[in-house]
Write a protein that binds this ligand. Structure first.
Ligand code: T4K
Length: 366
């Protein structure tokens, strides 16, 4: 039996990539916002339907530098049910994370709990469209307006999604995508920030290039977070096939839903009205009392069969060792409950339906 991992990078044909990188050999221009970078940026702007977009070396730096470019101080409200990147982007900016619980249906921030966490030190909300499930963007915007807060979406999982026909990158002050190898769309490593305010864009652009304003002026303490030309070339190739890839993922997800949709003790993510999905992840929550086995038992059984699922997102970020017990997980009981019961099943464009059936059979035979 073949080993199945939680995901597998989408790649263009070898020849297509070679063709795309040929002119890099001719020009010797490898990085620092070269022609491939510019081309991909323009193509993504159109595909994602956003006003402005800038490309980064990875999704994390797009988040971290967006927070820096907003020049904020104080507290940022976010959720603990996410990848390390979200919280680290906050803390590495000298900001204080304040953890809001998630809602039990789609695992995004529970908007009914945000206002009670706002203090005179709150400067922003950083919600996560986790697994590609879209947050309650309208309510978040209402709260942000009311209290004068910035909104930075961690949109790492939502490449190409639309909400009510509008590109998901258009919401908030900034929305940041990840183009990591494991994502629906990849540039090997990469990311992007989408935003409305062009002045913010200029600050952000400088910050990804050491804070350099001009040949003799460096007026911000920036980083090096530029996307190189080989990554951009990979993106140009992958973008040509993205709709096909998403359609294939959809078939995989439909098969999982068919097989696992009506099983007692197994809860699937909702199909969100008004959302054009990208089928990024397939999270499954096991209620051990009804299903008869714990999440960890299911995980182990699949591993015995060479199927490598993941516990995204366990542990919660407010439980991380690096915070030495500073945060109380009991403040976010729904997130804790879900994180102890969730598994993300294998999902990628070329996963065969036969393999999906094999995975489901193992789960259902436990
Ligand atoms: N915000 C959120 C909510 C995020 O989920 C992430 C990243 C970010 C921000 C930050 O974006 P980036 O800075 O990463 O662009 C993976 C990814 O590394 C990470 O990008 C992702 N979230 C996170 C959810 O998953 P790991 O440590 O689980 O990856 P790893 O190496 O175990 O890979 C998982 C599976 O993917 C492998 O079993 C096989 C497959 N794979 C992996 C790699 C590296 C491939 O097929 N090809 C590959 O090149 O973190």
């Amino acid at each position: 039996m073949n080993k199945i991992l939680v995901t597998r990078s989408s790649m263009p044909d070898f020849d297509e990539y070679i063709e795309e990188i040929k002119d890099i050999w001719e020009s010797h221009w490898l990085t620092n916002m070269g022609p491939k970078h510019k081309k991909l940026q323009a193509e993504l702007k159109e595909y994602l339907g956003v006003e402005n977009i800038d490309l980064f070396v990875n999704g994390h730096m797009s988040l971290e530098l967006s927070l820096q470019a907003l020049k904020m101080q104080g507290e940022v409200i976010t959720t603990p049910f996410t990848f390390a990147s979200t919280i680290h982007a906050i803390v590495r900016n000298g900001l204080e994370p304040v953890f809001c619980d998630i809602n039990p249906d789609d695992y995004t921030i529970d908007v009914s709990k945000i206002e009670s966490l706002i203090t005179d030190r709150t400067c922003a909300i950083m919600p996560v469209h986790v697994y590609g499930n879209v947050c309650n963007v309208e309510e978040i915007q209402r709260i942000a307006y009311k209290y004068g807060l910035k909104v930075i979406y961690d949109a790492a999982h939502t490449f190409g999604e639309k909400y009510k026909g509008q590109g998901i990158g258009t919401f908030g002050d900034v929305s940041c995508f990840s183009f990591h190898a494991t994502k629906v769309f990849n540039t090997i490593e990469g990311g992007a920030a989408c935003f409305k305010n062009p002045e913010f864009g200029l600050d952000l652009y400088r910050l990804k290039n050491f804070g350099i304003r001009g040949p003799e002026v460096v007026d911000a303490v920036g980083a090096n977070a530029k996307m190189n030309e080989f990554s951009a070339a990979m993106g140009i190739c992958n973008l040509r096939h993205i709709d096909e890839e998403i359609a294939k993922r959809k078939k995989v997800v439909e098969r999982y839903r068919e097989r696992l949709g009506n099983v007692s003790g197994i809860k699937l993510s909702p199909i969100q009205e008004d959302v054009q999905s990208n089928y990024a992840y397939f999270p499954v929550v096991f209620d051990e009392n009804v299903f008869g086995a714990t999440r960890n038992e299911v995980c182990d059984r699949l591993a015995e069969n060479d199927i490598n699922v993941r516990k995204y997102f366990y542990p919660l970020t407010n439980m991380f060792d690096c915070f030495n017990g500073k945060y109380n997980v009991d403040d976010t009981p729904v997130a804790l409950h879900i994180s102890q019961r969730v598994l993300t099943l294998p999902l990628y464009a070329d996963l065969s339906l036969k393999d999906v059936d094999r995975i489901c059979d193992i789960i259902l035979n436990i």
